[in-house]
Design a protein around this ligand. Structure first.
Ligand SMILES: Nc1ncnc2c1ncn2[C@@H]1O[C@H](COP(=O)(O)OP(=O)(O)O)[C@@H](O)[C@H]1O
Ligand SMILES: [Mg+2]
Length: 233
């Protein structure tokens, strides 16, 4: 479904990504792990249209979408749950959800809200609560639900468990498992490498802007020089 080939993205003269290739097939849960500053956020941003790659290509279902704008990518079926969630604190939960569904019609949007309430019961109880009052775990669920409102074919999440208490980290990983069971296609950046490799079909290890390793999650876990990857950066 998603094919990234030889992608290079720079900030000024500094390459944050160098010749990165990655693929995600329909129904797969793919993990993206690596130390801070490895280029994980830059990679998701380059796919979602937030950053323009200087070379390489992004194809979606065989169609080239390199450098497409974020709204074009959203309409093409790629949604991103950004780092630090970025929900609208002053808007209610249901208003935040509806913003996520701007690409769909009103009837479909209302149906999607119902679907999100089924998937995230805790949000259903707080539809008219301003999002600023939600706990960290609830806010993360809202950020994910909002991204799902656009009915993405590919959902990308950037560090969904970051800053959450351990029990809420469990909630996030259970959710990833649930979305996988529904057959959704996910590309997930996680600092929590061990947990991610346990739920991912495949994963890529990014290091200094390059793919340092890739393969099935369990295989990477077993063979892992994860210690090396993270400790010696
Ligand atoms: N807006 C920016 N301007 C300049 N350099 C940046 C910017 N964002 C990230 N970088 C640099 O690009 C590299 C990759 O960053 P990032 O993609 O955020 O890594 P990760 O998400 O893996 O922690 C880092 O060296 C970081 O300092
Ligand atoms: Mg990041």
């Amino acid at each position: 479904m998603l094919e990234v080939a030889g992608l290079t993205t720079k900030y000024g003269s500094i390459s944050a990504l160098r010749d990165v290739s990655l693929s995600v097939r329909e129904g797969e849960v793919v993990g993206l792990i690596g130390p801070n500053g490895a280029g994980k956020t830059t990679l998701l941003g380059s796919i979602a249209g937030l950053l323009e790659p200087t070379s390489g290509s992004v194809h979606l279902d065989g169609k080239e979408v390199t450098g497409a704008a974020p709204d074009q990518m959203l309409r093409a079926g790629v949604a991103l749950v950004p780092e630090h969630r970025r929900i609208f604190a002053d808007l209610t939960v249901v208003e935040n959800l509806k913003i996520g569904g701007v690409t769909t019609g009103a009837a479909e949007r209302n149906a999607s809200v119902e679907e999100m309430v089924d998937l995230f019961p805790v949000l259903g109880e707080k539809l008219s609560t301003p999002a600023g009052y939600l706990s960290g775990g609830e806010a993360q669920q809202l950020a994910i639900a909002r991204a799902l409102m656009s009915k993405p074919r590919l959902l990308m999440m950037d560090e969904p468990s970051l800053g959450l208490a351990p029990i809420l980290v469990d909630v996030v990983f259970k959710l990833i498992d649930k979305l996988r069971a529904e057959g959704r296609t996910l590309l997930v950046v996680e600092q929590n490498a061990t947990r991610m490799l346990q739920v991912a079909d495949r994963a890529y290890v990014l290091r200094s802007g390059q793919v340092a390793a890739s393969g099935p999650g369990p295989e990477l876990l077993a063979g892992a020089d994860l210690f090396d990857t993270f400790v010696s950066g």
